[in-house]
Design a protein around this ligand. Structure first.
Ligand code: PLP
Length: 423
């Protein structure tokens, strides 16, 4: 049976587009997806995200809308909000940001004026564009100052963070990032932010699912605002949330709407509500801990194959590999791995001597493979495939990549992905 049959209306209306989606379903089924910001949503999340809620305009918040006919939409959004508050233990949650970047922009709008100093981790050190990096609007409309990691340990240098914060007195300070393999010390950031008089934002986009599942400490008792995407380890649809204490609730809500956005994407809100419900179940706690156990097992297996890992390993879902000693650039390796059915992204490593578009490292993570039920016992073979593919990349050995691809597809076939049709 053709995978196209899973979307009969789409196939009838637009076979060309339907074929692209069917091909993507096959690709996601057959490959080992190691991009740490990606995952597989459940069939329930997928269904909620593709509904007639899409047809409705709902500017405003539940009970205070600028459009009529909100009887059902209000219940959907209120449920998502209640679930976010319960899961993360916060006073207030806004589930309307379209994605992580607009959520962070709303934080700037709530707490700073253009030209104010803001502080975040440098992008090449593992921070995010929206933490005041130059090419981002946040770095051109605000004055971004940046901290990094120590060259000798690969760990955040909290003494340097404190020195910079006291010298610069930023309005907003971000902690969190996109390539941080280690636990974030939210209490340390909180004491620095207090001294510097900064609003502290924990951007937990990558680790929200680990926090919800008890596999990473929560920032909630330490920071002013928690910003997160909903589609990474949290395993919801593409979207975001801002959470805070009651004292900041008004400022955050006003910044999201009408400050930055118009109508919320109600079908996404519904998907977020379902994902939050799933994240409150015992099985999600098991998943979150398994993500970390898999990452630690994979890091061990990679180290034993001689790979260099930034900071020497991982505490969470993510591993940053420096391929310099293997004689392959990150991009060459990433593209070879892709041809071997292993999907990663090339990434800068701290103090990278190479350019951002052609850096020394690759970034990998275990959320997706954990969602498919892979366990620590599978990590040695994953490390072996990565090693064989990287060596094949160095030698230009295409047949070796094809062999790995077939082996990967075999294991993946034995571990069906949530939300995907069995083609
Ligand atoms: C992914 C990510 C974002 C941005 O999310 P988008 O949904 O891609 O806009 C922001 N901050 C951090 C730390 C992230 O990892």
């Amino acid at each position: 049976m053709s995978a196209n049959h899973h979307h009969p209306a789409l196939l009838a209306t637009d076979p060309e587009l339907a074929s692209f989606i069917a091909a993507e379903e096959s690709l996601q089924a057959q490959t080992l997806r190691l991009i740490p910001s990606e995952n597989y949503v459940s069939a329930a999340v997928l269904e909620a995200s593709g509904t007639v809620l899409q047809n409705k305009y709902s500017e405003g918040y539940p009970g205070r809308r600028y459009y009529e006919g909100q009887q059902n939409i209000d219940r959907v959004e209120a449920l998502a909000v209640e679930r976010a508050k319960g899961l993360f233990g916060v006073d207030h949650a806004n589930v309307q940001p379209y994605s992580g970047s607009p959520a962070n922009l709303a934080v700037y709008l709530a707490f700073a004026k253009p030209g104010d100093t803001v502080m975040g981790m440098a992008l090449p050190m593992g921070g995010h564009l929206t933490h005041g990096w130059g090419v981002s609007a946040t770095g051109s409309w605000f004055r971004g100052v940046q901290y990094g990691v120590r060259a000798d340990t690969g760990l955040i240098d909290y003494d340097a963070v404190r020195d910079l914060a006291l010298a610069e007195r930023p309005k907003i300070m971000f902690c969190g990032g996109t390539a941080l393999p280690r636990t974030i010390d939210f209490a340390a950031f909180a004491s620095i932010a207090r001294e510097a008089g900064s609003v502290l934002v924990a951007d937990v986009a990558h680790i929200a699912g680990l926090i919800a599942g008890g596999a990473h400490p929560s920032p909630v008792d330490h920071v002013d605002v928690v910003s997160t995407t909903t589609h990474k380890t949290l395993r919801g649809p593409r979207g975001a949330m801002l959470m805070c204490r009651e004292e900041h609730a008004k400022a955050i809500d006003k910044a999201v709407f009408p400050g930055l956005q118009g109508g919320p994407h109600n079908q996404t809100t519904a998907g977020i509500a379902v994902a939050l419900h799933e994240a409150a179940q015992p099985a999600f706690t098991t998943y979150a801990h398994a993500v970390v156990a898999n990452a630690k097992a994979l890091a061990e297996a990679l180290l034993s194959r001689g790979f260099d890992l930034v900071s020497g390993g991982t505490d969470n879902h993510l591993i940053l590999m420096d391929l310099t000693s293997r004689g392959v650039a990150g991009k060459v390796a990433a593209k070879a791995l892709d041809r071997a059915g292993i999907v990663v992204n090339y990434n800068t490593v701290p103090f990278d001597p190479r350019k951002p578009f052609d850096p020394s490292g690759i970034r990998i993570g275990t959320p997706s493979l954990t969602s498919r039920g892979l366990a620590p016992e599978h990590m040695p073979v994953v490390a072996e495939w990565i090693s064989r593919a990287v060596d094949a990349a160095a030698k230009g050995d295409e047949p070796a990549l094809a062999v790995v691809r077939a082996e990967v597809a075999d294991l993946m076939a034995a571990h069906p992905a949530p939300g995907l049709p069995l083609a």
